[in-house]
Design a protein around this ligand. Structure first.
Ligand SMILES: Cc1ncc(COP(=O)(O)O)c(C=O)c1O
Length: 415
């Protein structure tokens, strides 16, 4: 990895591909990987291959990757044992008329790890959050869903942060309260008493833009108590944080007891799989909510997930990511201070984020991340970052050396 400030990095091929994509794909690149959300022309937009904690873009630039595919890569790209398990299954077949034993093994494993009773599988987080909401409606016979303002639960109409193609009726029964503010939840529950099927929230608040917020002391206990009192089911959306904080789900890390938990991202170390796991008493209602997808029983992703869970546990990867993350955020804080800059590091160490104080319009943040990209370190200006178990202490130290130079440039720009 080059940390030279002079290192020229061309994104010419990325830009050429983006121009071609724009002609045949609406938006060119859609969703959260759109170039419009980073710094156009200063970040790579197309990848070719990856290994461990690094990837290469279409121009041949190498990056130390702190986005990890926006979360799925938890052990490192192309992990040999995960890929060997996937490859063996690929030779036997992936898509059949029936599920394979791997589906049963994975359901057993997730039920045991989470302390809940059963599991079902899909391909994306949105598949599972939407289905979990339906299960709650089926079980309670109620319509209303409560969620946290600014929280993200996927791209489906009831929760999408977008507006296109959405009609008011899609969200008529979805109401928002404020993270870490139980009074706003109490108000909503009082207003809709007897009508609320479920409350869905991520285990800590990680909005699409900016700083994360951990649960305030007692917040989850209060949420749980209020939900139980009113017969409201609690859905933990662990799609983003799952398997980076606790092997059995982030609810165990933050010590609360949801009725349903949704996973995706890290579960298959890059293989497309999602899961919803639920309490035994919801199993009959769950069996009445139609659930299917052409590829949702795919055996390769099930085998990859089984291998991922085994390695996460065997190698104590979650503690490792925590340690590496602490080294990273401590180094960022110290680096910023050295250059007289005020930063806020937020989120758990394994899913860190850093922002500059009073950075209106995210300008410093964008400059900093563009400078890091120029030095071969890939971060996103306003989406939280992700560490993986393949990152080493030396990687962190390399990233901090790049950050020192990037901080210097940001500080110089302020003078
Ligand atoms: C917390 C959370 N829930 C749900 C989703 C939706 O997952 P997917 O994009 O796989 O549909 C995401 C994706 O980023 C997420 O972070």
């Amino acid at each position: 990895m080059s940390t030279s400030p002079e290192a020229p990095r061309s994104y010419a091929e990325s830009l050429r591909l983006f121009a071609r994509a724009s002609r045949v794909i609406p938006g060119g690149i859609y969703g959260h990987t759109s170039p419009a959300l980073t710094v156009p022309g200063k970040f790579p937009n197309f990848a070719t291959h990856a290994e461990g904690g690094r990837y290469w873009d279409a121009d041949g630039n190498e990056f130390l990757d702190f986005m990890c595919g926006y979360g799925p890569i938890v052990l490192g790209y192309n992990h040999p044992e995960v890929e060997a398990a996937a490859e063996k299954q690929r030779r036997d077949g992936d898509c059949f008329n029936h599920p394979t034993e791997a589906t049963v093994l994975l359901a057993e494993r997730l039920a045991a790890l989470t302390g809940l009773g059963w599991a079902v599988f899909g391909k994306n987080g949105s598949d599972m959050t939407t289905w979990a909401v339906q299960v709650a409606r089926e079980f309670t016979g109620r319509k209303k869903i409560l969620r946290v303002r600014g929280g993200y639960h996927g791209s489906h109409a009831w929760c999408s942060p977008g507006h296109g193609g959405i009609i008011p009726e899609d969200r008529e029964h979805v109401h928002v309260f404020q993270w870490n503010d139980p009074d706003t939840l109490r108000d909503l529950l009082a207003r809709h008493r007897g009508q609320v099927a479920a409350l869905i929230a991520s285990p800590y608040h990680h909005p699409a833009f900016g700083d994360s917020a951990l649960p305030a002391p007692g917040f989850w206990a209060t949420v749980e108590e209020l939900c139980r009192r009113d017969g409201v089911l609690l859905i933990c959306d662990d799609v983003r944080a799952g398997f980076r904080l606790h092997l059995g789900g982030s609810h165990q890390h933050f010590e609360f007891a949801p009725d349903l938990v949704c996973f995706s991202k890290a579960l298959g170390n890059g293989h497309a799989i999602s899961a919803a796991v639920g309490k035994a008493e919801l199993k009959v209602a769950a069996s009445r909510v139609f659930l299917t997808g052409s590829f949702w029983q795919g055996a390769v992703a099930m085998r990859a997930a089984l291998a991922t869970l085994e390695i996460l546990e065997r190698d104590d990867c979650i503690s490792r990511m925590q340690r590496i993350g602490e080294r990273f955020t401590a180094g960022l804080r110290a680096g910023a201070e050295k250059h007289g800059l005020r930063v806020n590091c937020s989120g758990p160490p394994a899913i860190p984020f850093m922002s500059f104080a009073a950075d209106t319009g995210w300008q410093r943040q964008r400059d900093f991340c563009a400078e890091m990209a120029r030095r071969g370190v890939f971060l996103h200006p306003h989406h939280n970052w992700f560490l993986c178990a393949a990152h080493t202490e030396a990687d962190i130290d390399g990233a901090l050396a790049a950050a020192d130079a990037a901080f210097a440039l940001v500080a110089a720009g302020e003078k």
